[in-house]
Design a protein around this ligand. Structure first.
Ligand SMILES: [Zn+2]
Length: 726
């Protein structure tokens, strides 16, 4: 179990990782890794060789940038006695963008103060970036700007040369001082020529670079606006850089709910939404002596994100022993467990990397410790039931409705079916049974063997099993069906008792054949079989998918027919909620009535069963009357009550049989088993298919009929004798 504190710490680490990613992206676009890249360098400086005190000049510095990205910096001009920066500052300017793999002339206005002493100097220009400078210099002399003696006026001196073109983006510089006028043909030296005209305006600054793409948003917010591009270098009218492109809208991430949508009417805290489980690979390493799952035990769920957005967090149902590790797509994930009322047992998982929308992902949960079971509200135990009889220790694993979460984490709702594989390692003194077919059995050479079973057709979690026992185990092939038949009978029986059990189980092949003929669709799975153990206190036989589980040696043919019917009604076609259980149990009851009369010597036809059971109950409602609780009104304690969940819906189906007629009713069974095979079918689908198979001529009457039979709290008045003549 992971505490809140450690979860928060892990979250912090995840945030850091994201920040690091942002830094990396930004670096790639804007600054790169500075250490390894070649550096910009000042390579030349140009200025007039003779500077007059009090005048202003333009100093041009050429800087070469060998790097593969634009860089910024600063150019400073000074006057020095040596070829290194001096104390007489002439001017400086920022360089906001040296082009990648190029060169640029940076022009700086340099003012020579009147107080500057005449003499020989160097003009030193330094490009400074990131605390480092690169300098170039040129020898100049500073002279007095005094006029010569007045002579005869000569021709006017030539205008000064035009000032250099302004730098990209820089304000056009003032033209340099014109050269001294030439001496007049007569008379004294002429006056100093006029100042040259102002240079042309500098060219427009470069457009700023496009800003980096915004990073992917983390929680569905619009991605951040890209940063504004670099402002163009100041020019006469340098344009503002274009706005960076808007970041792509980040995918939204959500949290899968810790219930189904809507919550189950009987077990609202069991089942989860946000994903669709598709496959479970269950690896159990089980010590039958101590009833412990040993290290190496784990379950891998393959699921698809169905949230409609990314999946930030999701939950599984789990009430089993201690978890040591959770991985999502092979990467350690944060997890914790939450429990609450109504059998809430959640394993909440936050993957290190959020699961993308519609993505398929795997969750591996490793766990070890004591096998456990639970008691549900009707006081029956379920889950990993311990068989502790000395010499016969093991597990008897039956899960309806919510016990599967005691021995592996899953989405514990009948609305989320998945395929399964099992790899169960036990002592060679025990047999490990699971759903489906035995693919292989490996002797590990250390006193254990591993039983590899697979159920390739979708299965609800409540129908899974991994029973371990001291069994007499047989694999045969059905003579009528050709199906592999796997039977495991506890050795805690005398040979006579075993013979009795086997005599009944030997009818399974025929029962399957008789039912598949009746239903008009083949047996839905690739094998059949049974587990017959011997432990007290369970109180029910269960239609475990392809392996019917009997908790005692009392195996009756009628029960076998009931549970075999469930392989179609319940196992292949599964009601999506626990309020659809009448579709399973009503059908198993009706079919066992039919089969008992047709093949097992019962004198009662289904019509007679209807006549015998469609009677006023004793007492009034609400109260003790058998009709008070409707099939859709059961709760956890009354879910498996006989009359509302078994007999009443069986009577309803027989009423449908008589109202629709044998042919339409047969079509209804066949179509139900064809259209919804290996999936979910519930109340709405049953009513719609009934109307369709009945020709859609009596839809309103059917609505009244189902309302009374499924929801009413008194004896339904609509029956075969008055359906068309109310
Ligand atoms: Zn049943």
């Amino acid at each position: 179990m992971v505490s809140f504190t450690s979860r928060a710490a892990a979250g912090g680490l995840r945030s850091l990782a994201i920040a690091g990613l942002l830094f990396f992206l930004a670096g790639g676009l804007l600054t790169g890794t500075a250490d390894a890249a070649p550096k910009p360098k000042a390579i030349a400086v140009r200025v007039t060789p003779k500077l007059v005190q009090g005048n202003q000049y333009v100093v041009a510095t050429t800087i070469k940038n060998p790097a593969a990205k634009r860089v910024k910096g600063n150019v400073a001009i000074s006057l020095s006695a040596k070829r290194r920066p001096g104390s007489i500052k002439l001017g400086s300017r920022k360089v906001s963008g040296l082009p990648a793999k190029g060169r640029k002339s940076v022009l700086v206005a340099a003012k020579v103060a009147k107080s500057t002493k005449k003499g020989k100097y160097f003009v030193v220009s330094c490009f400074r970036r990131g605390g480092k400078s690169t300098c170039v210099s040129k020898a100049v002399s500073v002279v007095e700007g005094k006029a010569g003696p007045i002579g005869p006026t000569g021709p006017t001196g030539k205008d000064g040369t035009t000032g250099a073109t302004g730098d990209t983006g820089a304000t056009g510089s003032t033209g340099s001082t014109g050269s001294t006028g030439s001496t007049g043909s007569t008379g004294d030296t002429g006056p100093i020529g006029p100042t040259g005209s102002t240079g042309p305006t500098g060219s427009t600054g470069d457009t700023g670079a496009t800003g980096p793409t915004g990073t992917t948003g983390e929680t569905g917010a619009t991605g951040p606006t890209g940063t504004t591009g670099d402002t163009g270098a100041t020019g006469a009218t340098g344009t503002t850089g274009t706005t960076g492109t808007t970041g792509a809208t980040g995918p939204a991430y959500g949290v899968g709910a810790q219930t189904t949508t809507p919550p189950d009417p009987v077990y609202p805290e069991v089942g989860n939404s946000g994903y669709d489980a598709q496959h479970y690979a269950i690896t159990l390493n089980y010590d039958y002596v101590t009833n412990n799952f040993l290290p190496g035990t784990n379950t891998v769920m393959t699921a698809k994100n169905t949230l409609g957005t990314g999946l930030f967090q999701f939950s599984m149902d789990y009430a089993g022993p201690a978890i040591s590790d959770v991985k999502v797509d092979g990467v350690e994930a944060d997890y914790w467990r939450e429990t609450g009322d109504d059998y809430k047992n959640k394993l909440v998982i936050e993957p290190a990397t959020k699961i993308r929308r519609d993505a398929t992902f795997t969750v591996q949960v490793s766990y070890a410790g004591q096998g456990v079971s639970i008691v549900d509200p009707d006081d029956t135990p379920e889950g990993w039931l311990r068989v502790s009889t000395p010499g016969f220790e093991g597990s008897f694993v039956v899960n309806e409705p919510i016990g599967s979460m005691t021995w592996y984490p899953n989405n514990n709702t009948p609305s989320d079916k998945a395929t399964f594989e099992f790899h169960n390692t036990v002592s060679t003194a025990r047999i490990a049974i699971a759903n489906g077919e035995l693919d292989s059995r490996t002797d590990n050479g250390d006193g254990t063997w591993t039983w590899n079973w697979s159920m390739d057709h979708p299965m609800a979690t409540y129908l899974s099993t991994s029973s371990v026992g001291n069994y007499e185990y047989t694999e045969t092939t059905g003579a009528l069906t050709g199906l592999p038949l796997y039977n495991a009978i506890s050795n805690n029986n005398t040979q006579v008792q075993k013979d009795t059990i086997n005599t009944t189980l030997s009818r399974e092949d025929a029962i399957i054949d008789q039912l598949q003929t009746k239903f008009g669709v083949p047996y839905p799975f690739d094998s059949a079989g049974a587990v017959v153990d011997q432990l007290s206190g369970v109180g029910y036989v269960l239609e475990v998918q392809s392996k019917i589980h009997f908790p005692t040696r009392n195996v009756s043919a009628g029960t076998l027919a009931h549970e075999t019917t469930h392989q179609w009604f319940g196992d292949s076609v599964t009601g999506p909620t626990w309020h659809d259980l009448w579709l399973h149990e009503g059908w198993a009851t009706w079919a066992a009535w039919w089969w008992g009369n047709a093949f097992n010597g019962s004198p009662n036809t289904t019509a007679m069963q209807f006549a015998n059971n469609y009677t006023q109950g004793n007492g009034s409602c609400p109260g003790s009357n058998k009709w008070c609780t409707p099939p859709t009104g059961v709760d956890g304690a009354s879910l498996f009550d006989n009359f509302p969940t078994y007999t009443r819906p069986a009577l309803m189906f027989e009423a449908q049989n008589q109202i629709m007629g044998a042919t339409a009713f047969q079509n209804l069974i066949t179509q139900w088993q064809t259209r919804y095979a290996y999936g979910n079918g519930g109340r709405a689908q049953w009513i719609a298919l009934t109307k369709e198979m009945d020709g859609n001529t009596r839809d309103a009457r059917w609505d009244q009929f189902f309302s009374q039979w499924l929801d009413g709290t008194t004896m339904p008045t609509i029956n075969p004798s008055n359906f068309d003549t109310p």
